[in-house]
Structure formats: structure tokens, C-alpha cells
Design a protein around this ligand. Structure first.
Ligand SMILES: NC(=O)c1ccc[n+]([C@@H]2O[C@H](COP(=O)([O-])OP(=O)(O)OC[C@H]3O[C@@H](n4cnc5c(N)ncnc54)[C@H](O)[C@@H]3O)[C@@H](O)[C@H]2O)c1
Length: 457
């Protein structure tokens, strides 16, 4: 099939490359000239495992093209995929201005039988509205389908190539059949192709993200309870996860969810509910818990240093909102960095992939390290904010020697408190009692009245 993908970001570029890889002729369009010029020279604007190889291979095979010219892409297309961003507006609702611009832009170029497919996450009723607008502009009925995307950054190619399910929202069976054919190569494992109304498809995407966000906020709140009452959230997690009604997925305590989707989609769903007279009590709580969770590690650091952060040397490992991506949108690490810099701390930061994005945002307010161990040289403390594999098995003895004082604030529970204690660290994590270095035998959990915990040397 001839496909135009409009918006060449995380979703558009991955979708375009995967559709091309299954034999379609795909042209990706973007208004960002620098991005398209880079892609034409084989430079991939984002870090996503496997994406470079896929783009290079399909471009060389002549199946994947890039342009800033809507006309060139849309005029011959049987399918015009909309994949531009739908960021949050000031009131939390989805800002559809980029999408509206694209709809108006493609109208004069669409061939009469083309199907417009919305991959961007959009509020219920948007596909119907696009249909009405296109009819107004073209003078004829246009097929508009919803095809929400469920890929995860960091595993996007795999998720796209082997989706748990494909959801399409259509008004006519014929449109569903075209999309079923398009997706057939990706559903050989018998995962379902689910056909529903555009409204249900639009809502499915929001409900999926809202439920995943709810699980994260729930386990984070329980982690805070655990810590307050003297439990260990990892044990509790094991205790509940084996219940087949509960399971383990998405119940990892941490420093809150970030990224371009969960925060904005929870807020947009809440705005949608409110607009229709439903009080989104749970959604608002999920969002509030998450925002507060992003402050939890900063508060621990502040407490540890007795509120005196001015001049403290703190290392931060992990800046991306999660591992295997360079995306820092709404990342918990960014909140922490802002907080610590504000209070006068000197930060040296390291992330395997997100350094460029962070440098663009913070400039010379931070020191940038090339390796994790360089970041902790002479540090008064280390904060870990992203669960990169690189951080999971460090040489703890070398770390202790390099740091000015061996104190770790682990926002991802990467280590076992007992190990850290044995290696001479004061170790704070999420939902577990802090531990201080063992002096000889088992020192047990930290006594909160222990002076060094409140006012370190
Ligand atoms: N990132 C994810 O993990 C993910 C997953 C599922 C769904 N989504 C949804 O997919 C949509 C896109 O998200 P993303 O993360 O890929 O966004 P993104 O910001 O990475 O990419 C959007 C792209 O659209 C381009 N663009 C904006 N206006 C344009 C115009 N008028 N013409 C052509 N191009 C234009 C931008 O330059 C940018 O390259 C959003 O609705 C998002 O909620 C994202």
C-alpha cells in the first residue's frame, strides 16, 4: 500500500519504518526541516533500539521516504496516517492545533478513495470532527479511522511488530478490511485485530494509559505507607503479585511516571470526563499522587543534609523518564534536578542516551559526565532516577572510594539494602527502610533519630 505518515516523531517514525518493513511504500512528512534533512542523510533524531537499522534498511530498499512536502506524500497515498503530537493545553485537555493544521493541509491533496487514519492520541469525537472538516473542505465524504498506538518507547519496534492487539475504530467494514490487510504481517501470532467504533477506539487508548498510571500511583502510595510503618514494598509486592487476580506488571515502586503519554493522557481523560459532567476523582488523585512522588527522593536528600544543600556535590544517574529512551518529557529526574539546583547543589549528571536533551534544557547549570563513575567522583551523594541496565551491577567498592561520602538515594530500588549496608553505604530507596553502613555485624535499619541521618557530616 502507498502510505503517508504525517508527523515523524516517536510514533510516526516507528510506524512508518515498520509499515515500510512489511513491504509498503511509505513517505514520512514533518514540518521540522532539520529533522527531515537529518533523516535523508540517515541521522535518526531519537534513540530507540533497532530504529536506525530499520530506517536505513528500508530507505535503501526504496520503500521509506522523507519529505517536508505534504503534497508529495499525500497525493498518491491510499492511507494518510496522522501522527502529530497532541500535547496538553493549559487546562489539561489535549491541544489539537497541530492535528487541525494537518487536516486542513492534507484536504486539497487527498485522493478521493484515500482513508485518513488517526494514530495520534485524541479525545473522543475527534475522528468524527475530522470527517466533518474534510467533507467541508473537499466536498465529499472521506473515510476517517481511528487506530490508536500502544507502543512503549524503548521497546517500540518490538511492540509495533508484535502488538498485543491492534485496535481500529471505523464506520464502514471495508475500511476495517483495508486496515486488517495492512496489519496482517504483524498479527501472525494470532493476537487480535479489534474492530469498534471510532469513539470506543479513541477512548480505549486513554483508558489503557489511565489504568497503567493508576497502577503506578497505587504502588507508589503503598510504598510510602510501607516506609512509614516499617514494611518493605518489595516483599509486599511479592506478596500480592502471586495472586493471579493482581499479577506483577506495572507494580514497580519508584519516583513516579513521566514521558509524553501517561501524564498528559490522564489529565486529558479527566478533562474529557469533566466536560461530560463526570467528576474524575480517581484520575485526579492518580495525577496528584504522581506529582508528589516526583518530590519524594528530593525530600529524602534534603532531610539527609539537614536542609543544607548549598554547595553540596550531588551526582545524578539517569535522566530519561525511563530506560532505553532519550525522552526527558515530564521525567522525574528533571523535577529532582530543578529542585536541587534551586537549592544551590552542584550537580554532575549522567545518562546513557538523554545527555543531549538535558544539555539543551539546562546548559551550563549542570556538569555532564561521560561515564557513571566520573559523575560520582567526589560526590556527597548519588541519586538514581532511571532504571538503566548500566546501573544495576556497579562495582560498589570502587564507587565507595570515588565518592566523598558513600550515600545513595535510589529512586528505582535497583539494589538490596543489605548489600549496600555491607559495602559501607548509607542507602535510601523507595518503600523500604533506609540502612546505614554495617559496623562489624548486622546494623539493622537506620534509627531515624541517628544524628548522621538528620545532619550528616
Ligand atoms: N511517544 C509515545 O510513546 C506514544 C505512544 C503512543 C501514542 N502516542 C501519541 O502519538 C502522538 C505523537 O506522539 P510522539 O511522541 O510521536 O510526538 P513527537 O512530538 O515525538 O512527534 C510529533 C511530530 O509531529 C511533527 N509535526 C507537528 N506539526 C506538524 C505538521 N503540521 N505537519 C507535519 N508534522 C508536524 C513534529 O515536528 C514532530 O516531529 C501523540 O498524540 C501521542 O500521545 C505517543
Amino acid at each position: 500500500m502507498k502510505i503517508a505518515v504525517i508527523g515523524t516523531g516517536y510514533v510516526g517514525l516507528v510506524s512508518g519504518a515498520c509499515f515500510a518493513d512489511s513491504g509498503n511504500d511509505v513517505t514520512c512528512v514533518d514540518i521540522d526541516m532539520a529533522k527531515i534533512e537529518g533523516l535523508l542523510q540517515g541521522r535518526i533524531p531519537i534513540y530507540e533500539p533497532g530504529l536506525t537499522e530499520l530506517v536505513v534498511k528500508n530507505t535503501a530498499a526504496g520503500r521509506l521516504h522523507f519529505t517536508t512536502d505534504l503534497d508529495v506524500a499525500v497525493q498518491p497515498a491510499q492511507l494518510a496516517y496522522l501522527a502529530v503530537g497532541t500535547p496538553p493545553a493549559a487546562d489539561g485537555s489535549a491541544d489539537l492545533s497541530a492535528l487541525d493544521t494537518v487536516v486542513d493541509g492534507i484536504a486539497p491533496h487527498l485522493n478521493e478513495r484515500a482513508i485518513v487514519v488517526t494514530k495520534s492520541t485524541v479525545p473522543v469525537g475527534t475522528n468524527a470532527r475530522i470527517g466533518r472538516r474534510l467533507k467541508q473542505l473537499t466536498g465529499h465524504d472521506c473515510d476517517v479511522a481511528s487506530n490508536p498506538e500502544f507502543l512503549k518507547e524503548g521497546a517500540a519496534i518490538n511492540d509495533f511488530m508484535m502488538p498485543d492487539r491492534v485496535v481500529v475504530g471505523v464506520r464502514r467494514d471495508e475500511v476495517a478490511e483495508v486496515l486488517r490487510e495492512l496489519y496482517a504481517p504483524f498479527l501472525r501470532t494470532e493476537h487480535p485485530f479489534l474492530v469498534m467504533s471510532p469513539e470506543s477506539a479513541e477512548l480505549t487508548k486513554y483508558v489503557a494509559n489511565a489504568l497503567l498510571s493508576t497502577k503506578i500511583s497505587f504502588i507508589n502510595e503503598m510504598a510510602n505507607v510501607c516506609e512509614a510503618v516499617g514494611g518493605d514494598i518489595n516483599d509486599v509486592r511479592r506478596g500480592i503479585g502471586h495472586d493471579s487476580r493482581i499479577g506483577f506488571a506495572f507494580l514497580f515502586p519508584g519516583v513516579g511516571y513521566g514521558g509524553s503519554c501517561f501524564p498528559k493522557d490522564v489529565r486529558a481523560l479527566a478533562a474529557m470526563a469533566r466536560e461530560h459532567g463526570i467528576a474524575p476523582r480517581l484520575l485526579l488523585a492518580v495525577d496528584r499522587v504522581n506529582q508528589q512522588q516526583k518530590n519524594v527522593l528530593g525530600a529524602k536528600i534534603e532531610r539527609h543534609f539537614g536542609g543544607q544543600l548549598d554547595g553540596r556535590k550531588i551526582a545524578v544517574w539517569g535522566l530519561a523518564f525511563k530506560a532505553r529512551t532519550d525522552d526527558i518529557r515530564e521525567a522525574p529526574a528533571i523535577v529532582l534536578v530543578e529542585q536541587l539546583v534551586e537549592q544551590g547543589a552542584h550537580l554532575t549528571v549522567y545518562d546513557p542516551e538523554a545527555m543531549e536533551n538535558v544539555r539543551r534544557r539546562f546548559g551550563d547549570r549542570l556538569t555532564y559526565a561521560n561515564r557513571p563513575l566520573d559523575a560520582i567522583e567526589g560526590a556527597d551523594a548519588l541519586a538514581i532516577m532511571t532504571e538503566w541496565g548500566d546501573f544495576r551491577h556497579p562495582d560498589l567498592d570502587v564507587m565507595r572510594q570515588r565518592m566523598a561520602s558513600p550515600v545513595i538515594f535510589d529512586g528505582r530500588n535497583l539494589y538490596e539494602p543489605r548489600d549496600m549496608q555491607r559495602h559501607g553505604f548509607t542507602y535510601h530507596s523507595i518503600g523500604r527502610s533506609p540502612v546505614r553502613p554495617a559496623d562489624g555485624c548486622d546494623a539493622g535499619p537506620v534509627d531515624p533519630t541517628w544524628p548522621n541521618e538528620r545532619a550528616p557530616t
